[in-house]
Design a protein around this ligand. Sequence first.
Ligand code: ZN
Length: 503
Amino acid sequence: MPSDQADRRLLEHVRTAHLLRTTAAVLSWDQEVMLPPGGVAWRAEQLALLAGLVHERAVDPRVEEWLAACEQDPRLRQDPFSDFAANVRELRRDYEQCKRLPAPLVQQLAETESLAQHEWAEARARSDYGRFRPWLDRLLRLHRDKAACLRDPRRHAEAWDALLDLHEPGATAAQVDAMFRELAQRHRAIIGHATEGRNGGPDPFQGQPIDDRVQESFVREVLVALGFDLERGRLDRSTHPFCTGTGGDVRLTTRFTADGLLDALGSTMHEGGHGLYEQGLDPARLGTPLGEAVSLGIHESQSRLWENHVGRSRAFWRWCAPVLRRHVSTVHADEAVLFAACNRVQPGLIRVEADEATYDLHVLIRFQIERALLSGTLGTADLPAAWNAAYREQLGVVVPDDRRGCLQDVHWSCGLFGYFPTYTFGNLYAAQFAEAARAALGDLDAMLARGEFAPLREWLRVNVHRHGRRFPPAELCRRATGRELSAEPFLTHLERRVAEAAA
Ligand code: ZN
């Protein structure tokens, strides 16, 4: 078959698989936002069926034929990043990964993850680790099998690497280990410096309950100002904020607590950053590699950039403080107070509420524990004790119950193993992108202070979003920022931010 024809068939084929996959994503969103408890078992079956159908398409033997026909084409070697070459490279990667997984395992994973997520939410609400533990055991068994299937000994020194590779192509545990060694030391110095000196400021909303409808109207206005298009997306509520969907239908969720307005804003801007990436993908290429996010680290860079580099900046609060006072007439805090409150460094228990300086230590703890759980050196019976000991050692805090300890995150319950370090990759990428955007745009702070978010959003769209999977993450970073990924821009940003908040 001529390569042009094979390429066309291939793209049509993966596009239909993508339609099925996004259908499952809507059902998963519904499960988190709407589903009555009585529908949980039926939903698990629906998701398992769809996962089976997606898998069946992904491993269709015709895919191998089409790929083989494309791989004969000399255009592949002329420009490795052309539309044609990038599609073939990425589809080969997807095909090789899917082919390694037996269909029954794929379906069993989908069904177990759907049920386990419900069990986790119940267990978390009651702070009852014993209820979740058998599900965690089941999930670990399945993910060990999955890792064993996916593991390519030439690239994956350990089973966990094969799971990380799904989310952050090419990254390894050894690389993550080295990254954390570099970060942890400087982090501790930054935390020490902040907590010993004048450290941000108190949260003006603590003990000041605000109606959640008022909070919602405020965060919605901010979200729209950033450029999130509500004609092509929604904002709802869930236990754990997330973003799903793509193109014309991007679903965000957030959460509200009576005195947690700053957390609700942070979560909304975070998920909004993910949503802007999805809405910024090339609409003509949706469902094919050039219309898909390239990695979770890059995805996370978009959320952290809006949440931290924008949402925690003094310039942003110059614009946002009056917006907030318009929604909440009882708030008298000014820009300086709100900026200081957002940047208080305070080692705490909850990852999603952590400040920028302590956040990566939460990730480090999860990375080390998960790697030990997967390899079996840590048993699930010992998880709460190991978790609590790590929090005491790394952050100096005492975990009072499992709800605020090892049950706080949704990830393991929905099968996201090998995922947590992508948050730290995201922080590093975010700082490097923000630095490059500042250099390109001129006085970014003046724009943020006027509520002009379009220049930054456009810079990200052109330099990151529009490429989809054309460039692997490391190459994308080089092209957008002119250099290799490094921890330096992130650490410099943190040191500057902590000093500014203490001034
Ligand atoms: Zn995120």
